[in-house]
Design a protein around this ligand. Structure first.
Ligand code: SF4
Ligand code: SF4
Length: 151
C-alpha cells in the first residue's frame, strides 16, 4: 500500500506499513480494484473484546496492545489493516460497542488518522528509515551494487 498522510499526526508525517509486524507475513489481498468501503476502528471506544476478529473473512483485524497498559480499559485494542480490508462490513455490524465505522476508501486513511490512538501496523516513514539505518536492514546503494555485480 502506498504511504498515506494523516492529519492527526504531524502534518508532514508520512505513514507506511510496518514491515516488522507479523501481519505482513499474511498473503496479500486478492483483487486489483480497491474496495468501495474500508473499516476504521474508533480505538477510544474499543474494549478489546475481540468479537470483530472472528468475523473478518480476510483476517485483517489484529489484536494489538492498547494505548495505556496501566488502564484496564485500554490494555488491548484492535487495528484494521486497511491494505487487506475488503469492506464487507461484518466487523461494523458485529461490534457490540458500535465502534467500527465504514468509510469510503478515499476517506478511510484520514479517518484512521483521527481515530487511531496508537498504531502497530503503521509507522512513520522517518521511524522506518531510522530503524533501517540503525540496524542496517537496507544495504547502502554502493554495497548493493557491489553485491549485485559479484553474482
Ligand atoms: S470490513 Fe470486512 S474485511 Fe474489512 S476489517 Fe471488517 S470484517 Fe474485515
Ligand atoms: S468488536 Fe468492537 S470493541 Fe470488540 S475488539 Fe472489535 S472493535 Fe473493539
Amino acid at each position: 500500500m502506498s504511504a498515506q498522510n494523516s492529519e492527526s499526526k504531524k502534518d508532514t508525517e508520512v505513514l507506511v506499513e510496518n514491515p516488522f509486524h507479523t501481519a505482513r507475513l499474511k498473503p496479500a489481498r486478492k483483487g486489483k480494484r480497491p474496495p468501495k468501503l474500508r473499516a476504521v476502528v474508533h480505538q477510544s471506544g474499543c474494549t478489546g473484546c475481540e468479537v470483530c476478529i472472528a468475523g473478518c473473512p480476510v483476517d485483517s483485524i489484529e489484536l494489538v496492545p492498547g494505548p495505556d497498559p496501566d488502564n484496564p480499559s485500554f490494555k488491548q485494542t484492535v487495528e484494521i489493516d486497511l491494505a487487506r480490508c475488503i469492506g464487507c462490513q461484518n466487523c461494523s455490524q458485529d461490534c457490540p460497542w458500535e465502534t467500527i465505522t465504514m468509510y469510503n476508501t478515499e476517506d478511510a486513511f484520514l479517518a484512521w488518522g483521527h481515530e487511531t490512538l496508537k498504531s502497530e501496523l503503521y509507522i512513520a516513514e522517518s521511524t522506518l528509515q531510522k530503524i533501517e539505518s540503525e540496524y542496517a536492514f537496507a544495504l547502502p546503494t554502493e554495497l548493493a551494487k557491489e553485491a549485485t555485480s559479484e553474482d
